[in-house]
Design a protein around this ligand. Structure first.
Ligand code: GLU
Length: 478
């Protein structure tokens, strides 16, 4: 009894939705849900809809709504329809509530939350005890609860988890509208899924417990033979300790990754693998390859480890898949939004382009580009303290720098020649090239480590290099 029918075989193009509530920053889990819906629509000639579930006025904020739209835009997951906003569709929920109330599916309840807790604390079945079920309280001024059928089971036929059964005896009569008449999430969600002809509900596993309630509401609104959408509940995301990702503990805000210089295509690639795997076992996938091979039947129900190290590695791979010109463009766009240590008036595109081949092989995020190129555009090199300290401890540093100063003044200005000359200085001092090179690198870039020194140095004008050597010689002398 009341066992929900399996979804009818799909004969029309799928309609799927991403239905976030704008209640905070955009979470990587939300991005994964949006992506799976988008991929499913793309792969099956369907429609991807964006619906903003903003019925909770107190919590919804415009900036969070903007954040959702921007995040989807950044990931190139543009909705084919929408955004629809639930706050603009209240009339529809009102109609559904009136109908359900008149037909006896809903009843008025005036119990406060505290009363319910107090009354039911020793009950075997948690939740509301049905006190107002048969009191015939009016709609106005009361919360509305859904009358769960006695006996029977609602089965969620989940494409990821198989059949999940929810015995009605263990379900409480849940609230669908507050006493001020405002509909709750579960009601608006189902009314919209019906109204928008959703064929699939693909969303996080945290929503699975509300799905049997949604199915009962759906059947109350559409009749027990209603054609339900297919459900797919995506696996939870966990950290390395197998704990559910938490805002406080884990890096979960999509913006943080964007700010650190992750590429959207790497993010999309990595998010796709959080629960799904490619039938050919590939990990590095372009968007077109994802669309070509994505299917719900390869989504696993086991929790997916959100591995920042793996994401970072993958980002490096996507960076290296760009050609130099494209990388320069992408990096520059990103740098313009970042906090950089140079004045943009001093920026030189020619120098930057010259540096690109040296940098592209060595970074995993665009953020790592900054300390590799800043020496090109900063007027006065700022010495990293630790690096300077090491130079001070190198007894031969001043001698090396002075010799470099004199040889660089006249040598041919190329990476090969600078290398050769520095090699000779090292030999004269009886040291390895690396050791001789270290103080020169600090003079030119401010740091002990960085991209290949002689290629980097050759990009700068001779007089700039000489004056930087002078500056460090002066610091060591003081
Ligand atoms: N608005 C719900 C949430 O953000 C999601 C609803 C759904 O996907 O069905 O948790």
């Amino acid at each position: 009894m009341n066992d929900s029918p399996a979804p009818a075989t799909l004969t029309t193009a799928p309609r799927v939705r991403f239905a976030p509530s704008p209640t905070g920053f955009f979470h990587v889990g939300s991005a994964r849900t949006a992506l799976y819906n988008w991929l499913y629509a793309e792969a099956n000639g369907g429609t991807f809809i964006l619906r903003i579930e903003d019925t909770d006025e107190e919590r919804g904020r415009q900036e969070w709504l903007d954040g959702i739209i921007e995040a989807l835009h950044w990931l190139s997951l543009e909705p084919f329809e929408g955004p629809y906003r639930q706050s603009e569709r209240q009339g529809l929920y009102e109609q559904a509530l009136s109908r359900l109330f008149e037909e006896g599916w809903l009843y008025g309840c005036n119990c406060s939350r505290d009363e319910v807790v107090e009354r039911t604390r020793h009950n075997k079945i948690p939740g509301y005890d049905g006190k107002c079920r048969d009191l015939g309280l009016p709609r106005e001024g009361n919360a509305l609860r859904f009358r769960i059928p006695t006996g029977g089971t609602t089965t969620v036929h989940d494409l990821v988890r198989g059949d999940v059964e929810f015995p009605h005896d263990a379900m409480e009569d849940f609230v669908v509208a507050k006493s001020n008449g405002n509909p709750l999430f579960i009601l608006a969600n189902v009314v919209d899924d019906i109204d928008m002809n959703m064929t699939h509900v693909i969303r996080g596993e945290d929503l699975l417990p509300s799905t049997p309630k949604g199915i009962l509401l759906w059947q109350a609104l559409e009749g027990s033979g209603a054609c339900l959408p297919a459900f797919a509940h995506l696996p939870m995301l966990v950290n390395e300790k197998r704990q559910k990702l938490s805002k406080r503990r884990d890096p979960v805000s999509l913006d943080t990754f964007r700010e650190q210089g992750f590429l959207p295509e790497a993010m999309v690639n990595y998010l796709a693998l959080l629960g799904w795997s490619d039938p050919q076992g590939r990990e590095l996938l372009s968007r077109a390859e994802l669309v070509g091979s994505f299917s719900i039947d390869r989504v696993n129900h086991a929790p997916a480890f959100f591995d920042v190290a793996k994401l970072t590695h993958m980002n490096g791979e996507h960076i290296r898949a760009l050609d130099a010109e494209r990388f320069a463009g992408v990096a520059l766009d990103w740098l313009r939004t970042a906090d950089v240590p140079w004045e943009w008036a001093d920026f030189d595109m020619g120098l930057f382009s010259g540096m690109v081949p040296l940098v592209i092989e060595r970074v995993t995020t665009l953020g790592e580009v900054v300390p590799m190129v800043d020496f090109l555009f900063t007027k006065n090199v700022v010495f990293d303290e630790d690096s300077l300290e090491r130079v001070r401890r190198e007894t031969a540093a001043a001698a090396v720098l002075r010799q470099a100063r004199s040889r660089y003044e006249t040598c041919a200005w190329s990476a090969g020649e600078l290398h050769q000359v520095t090699q000779e200085i090292a030999e004269a001092e009886g040291m390895k090239l690396g050791r001789a090179q270290a103080p020169v690198r600090v003079a030119i870039t401010g740091r002990r480590v960085g991209p290949p020194l002689f290629d980097s140095m050759a990009l700068l004008a001779r007089d700039v290099v000489l004056s930087r050597l002078d500056a460090l010689i002066a610091v060591l002398g003081s």
